[in-house]
Design a protein. Structure first.
Length: 368
């Protein structure tokens, strides 16, 4: 848990990103965006003590001022790295406007909303100390809490999946239809869903009639979320969820995995679902899956080629890794993203997203 000097007293400071805490924080009743940015550039955070709605307006003004200007890069990898660097530099400045959360997880500011339920959703515990939190993250928690309650409609389930802050959401769910189309291995009774996130793939496997499924995730928030979704959907008799690195200590007829897609360093716990340095999980998965697969079993690997369009992986890498770890592709299904971001020309990575294809590879052990 990080601390920083606030009014000359060490105070608890929470930040979901991997940013270093500021040197110190000063209290102001209300002030301008420029003043907060100026302090931020000197590594000093500002704790807002005035009206909550005014704080939100100042935050919007800060965002406008520090937003990076879109630059056209011809090299895709440079575009990706520059985009992420600009995002983290912007986030660092934006996160310098703080609010003080009271011991009862409320804000003691004029016109502040009730934030207790949103914070309990994130921290899952009742905190006994006050702490400082970037206002921008608090607004993110409030938005995520609303989404958690509302849920994401999943056509393939004919139901909703509810996802709290910090868990990968199947909101851009084209890949889910691939899972429903893939041909199940004959007599498949037992499956694993490795890196289950919200539990959506485990739920779809249950819906497809697989009798027993074990879903794993290293993220405790994901394991909890998956458990809740599975129970709500009525699949608890078929699916058990465990907090576990990769595989359970067992063997299955079918192993499904949708690993993080991009080989890069995550900058927050939330990003660990998307970014994985050097494709570490993918390698570990491909290396270890054979020992957990029953005879005639199959692996369903869901993977997008976005990393290839960004120059983070070459076209030959995946076939080479599959070969190296003893897999052959029996068949594959593919889809293209339908979400707006793929066609948003303001997004500096739109050139790559527009060309992205997501695959479901059916893998079987190579006969030696
Ligand atoms: C792209 S998300 C997929 C989530 C979900 N299966 C889906 O398709 O919507 C990747 C998930 O893998 C999990 N993960 C990453 N490394 C892992 C590991 N070594 N073992 C288990 N889960 C892992 C992440 O926490 C995240 O929930």
């Amino acid at each position: 848990m990080a601390t920083l000097l606030y009014q000359n007293t060490p105070s608890e400071y929470r930040n979901e990103s991997t940013q270093k805490p500021p040197r110190e924080a000063i209290a102001v009743r209300e002030t301008s965006a420029d003043h907060i940015i100026q302090n931020a550039r000197n590594n000093i955070a500002t704790v807002w003590q005035g009206d909550f709605h005014n704080a939100k307006q100042v935050l919007s003004a800060i965002k406008k001022r520090v937003q990076p200007k879109p630059k056209h890069e011809t090299d895709p990898t440079t575009a990706f790295h520059k985009h992420r660097l600009a995002q983290s530099q912007t986030a660092r400045l934006v996160n310098m406007l703080l609010v003080e959360i009271q011991a009862d997880l409320q804000l003691n500011l004029p016109r502040a909303p009730n934030i207790q339920a949103a914070l309990l959703d994130v921290y899952g515990e009742h905190n006994s100390e006050k702490f400082l939190l970037p206002l921008n993250q608090l607004l993110g928690f409030i938005g995520a809490h609303e989404w958690h309650k509302k849920g994401v409609a999943i056509a393939e389930l004919d139901d909703k999946i509810h996802v709290p802050f910090g868990v990968f959401s199947p909101i851009r769910g084209e890949y889910l239809s691939l899972l429903m189309q893939a041909k199940q291995p004959e007599n498949a009774q037992f499956a694993f869903d490795i890196g289950t996130g919200s539990g959506v793939l485990a739920a779809l496997l249950a819906k497809r009639g697989i009798a027993k499924i074990i879903a794993t995730d290293t993220n405790p928030r994901a394991a909890q979320c998956a458990r809740e979704n599975i129970a709500r959907l009525g699949f608890s008799a078929q699916v058990s969820v465990i907090e576990q690195d990769l595989f359970p200590d067992d063997m299955a007829d079918l192993i499904v995995c949708n690993p993080p897609w991009l080989p890069a360093k995550p900058t927050s716990a939330v990003e660990t679902a998307l970014y994985d340095p050097e494709h570490g999980m993918l390698h570990a998965f491909l290396r270890g899956a054979a020992a957990h697969l029953r005879e005639n079993g199959r692996v369903w690997l869901i993977l997008s080629d976005l990393a290839e369009h960004l120059g983070l992986r070459s076209k030959d890498d995946l076939p080479h890794w599959l070969d190296k770890y003893g897999w052959e592709i029996e068949s594959s299904l593919k889809t293209t993203p339908q979400h707006n971001k793929a066609h948003d020309l303001r997004d500096p990575l739109a050139f790559a997203r527009a060309r992205e294809t997501t695959y479901l590879f059916v893998l079987k052990k190579k006969v030696l």
